[in-house]
Design a protein around this ligand. Sequence first.
Ligand code: ADP
Ligand code: MG
Length: 314
Amino acid sequence: MMDSIKTSLDQFMKNKNWHSRYEKLQREVLDYSRVRAFLASHPEVKEAPAEKNINKLFEYKREREHCDACPGLAECPNIMQGYQPEISAADGLVELHYHPCRLKQKADERKRHQSLIKSLYIPQEILNATFDDIEQDHASRLSASNAALEFAIQARPGEDSIGLYFHGPFGVGKTYMMGAIANELAERRISSMIVYVPDFFREMKQSISDGSVQEKLDNVKNIDVLILDDIGAETISPWVRDDVLGVILQHRMMEKLPTLYTSNFDYEELEAHLASSQRGAVEKIDETKAKRIMERVKHLTSPVFIDGKNRRGR
Ligand code: ADP
Ligand code: MG
């Protein structure tokens, strides 16, 4: 008996509290600067009975205040993380819409961007390179970065297969510049793939046993812009040269897809490398095959020599 009186009394007190709390909330909502500004320019909403709109205005205030004290996207306390409310009015009623906030938009853009750049065995610093970071401290670097930028802003995969052949000594920034190209291409929604050739060829050889050669080849063959990094540093074999490199280049030429290279070798040195196939003496057939591949490479790239100081600081 005592118990039940006590609970209904509690209930009553709660209701009373609730009522005054509700009025306080309502005052706070209507007093919130963004709501005040909104009501000032929408008198028909202001005159509508408060109950009709107060819930939406309350939600708007609560979420918007989260944004005003934004703790960053990862910590976003909003109902839908990264979404910001906007209000409008129709026939005296408040309408609430959500749209991605600036941080969310940026993060989405970055994700889209990253999904456009694929890579195999390439360090992260290269994948983050941009043209803004390239120091032009050497004449050949300046002309190389001009050629790189020109390619990045003009490339039309599927219509024009002309690429670039960056050659020069170790550590001058050839690979780095390719990273900048990949990022600029991503800005233009063009996908690219940077492949470190020695590791890629090794993986291809190992793939013979598990039957995944074709699948791996297809990935590389069809990318909009393929970047073969450090060609010439691999151990060459007739199979890799003819059935991997040769097949990739043949396909890309037919499809008018550009390929970019970096190498310590110039065209002639690379041709000699491709002809040396570990059978001891260089055989005629290897010379012929190397020549055929190099004709393709030369025909489909502009050579760019890069010199400068070794930046690997050792
Ligand atoms: P390469 O491919 O010619 O051997 P890399 O591109 O690997 O040379 O560059 C050598 C080192 O110098 C890398 O650590 C790279 O991140 C750094 N590097 C190259 N170019 C720049 C640059 N413009 N600004 C800052 N760091 C760079
Ligand atoms: Mg390199």
